[in-house]
Design a protein around this ligand. Structure first.
Ligand SMILES: [Zn+2]
Length: 265
């Protein structure tokens, strides 16, 4: 069996897996279990995690990222392809563009598993606990990025690199905040992605992300409303599913990257 892979996305992706079964995973981080969908496709264990819960019921600042990502570890999921809607902070990155993220800026949400006595045992027997400082030189798995870029390079409205800026949400950003992100080198802005990337790296799970630009950020268009975000994401959803399926075909059974070795006590 190939290593298990999980898609993390919004509610438009519920039908990504054929005939999925739901698994409820208990974690130390929530009294509620995490609901994950599972299917076996072409001899591969595939999962889908709806980031915002069933029916998109959890706002970004209330997502229990630690419970979500711990649930992946519990299910021995080793790789994640995530998708998210983002606003563009650059006039040349137009709505409808797919951006393959390679860096992020996140000064707003401190997040880690390694506090309050948390310890974890990996499948090779190695245990990690105490204060852990994680290397984030390459915040997104280089191997998964490579496979995604093989597919996205065939899609005209795509960009093979981009810096994600994390905003707290659930409100949209101010034009002044977007100017600040621009001056820091940010390309797109969202509310969720970097927390997942950080926590996945802490558990040695490879993480990658295709951001879908749904709108220009504040100050680059008249105003931002949530409906246009939903509408454009839904327009792109079926193409994005095809892209992900093509990427999954390219991912080899076992990983060779070094995402696990960026952990040190
Ligand atoms: Zn990796």
């Amino acid at each position: 069996m190939k290593e298990a892979l999980c898609i993390i996305g919004g509610s438009g992706f519920y039908d990504f897996l054929p005939s999925p079964s739901e698994k409820l995973v208990e974690t130390p981080f929530s009294s509620e279990p995490v609901g994950i969908y599972y299917s076996e496709v072409k001899n591969r264990d595939l999962y889908f995690l709806p980031r915002h819960g069933k029916g998109h019921s959890i706002p970004p600042h209330r997502i229990n990222f630690r419970a979500n990502i711990y649930a992946l570890h519990h299910l021995s999921i080793s790789r994640v392809l995530s998708t998210s809607a983002v606003g563009s902070a650059q006039t040349e990155i137009k709505p409808g563009t797919y951006v393959l993220l390679d860096q992020f800026i996140d000064f707003i949400r401190p997040i880690t598993f390694f506090e309050d006595g948390f310890s974890i045992k990996f499948s090779d027997g190695h245990e990690l606990s105490g204060v852990v400082h994680t290397d984030m030189t390459q915040p997104y798995c280089p191997d998964l990025r490579h496979h995604i870029s093989e597919v996205l390079s065939q899609i005209p409205h795509s960009r093979l690199h981009g810096t994600y800026c994390c905003a707290a949400g659930p409100r949209f950003e101010t034009p002044a905040e977007i100017k600040a992100f621009q001056s820091m080198g940010g390309d797109v802005v969202g509310m969720t992605n970097s927390s997942e990337a950080i926590l996945c790296r802490e558990l040695g799970i490879c993480y990658s992300s295709i951001a879908v630009v749904t709108n220009f950020a504040a100050g680059l268009q008249q105003q931002v409303n949530h409906q246009e975000v939903i509408d454009l994401f839904n327009q792109r959803a079926s193409e994005l599913k095809n892209i992900l399926n093509d990427v999954i075909e390219l991912i080899p059974p076992n990983k060779t990257c070094s995402c696990r070795s960026h952990l040190s006590e």
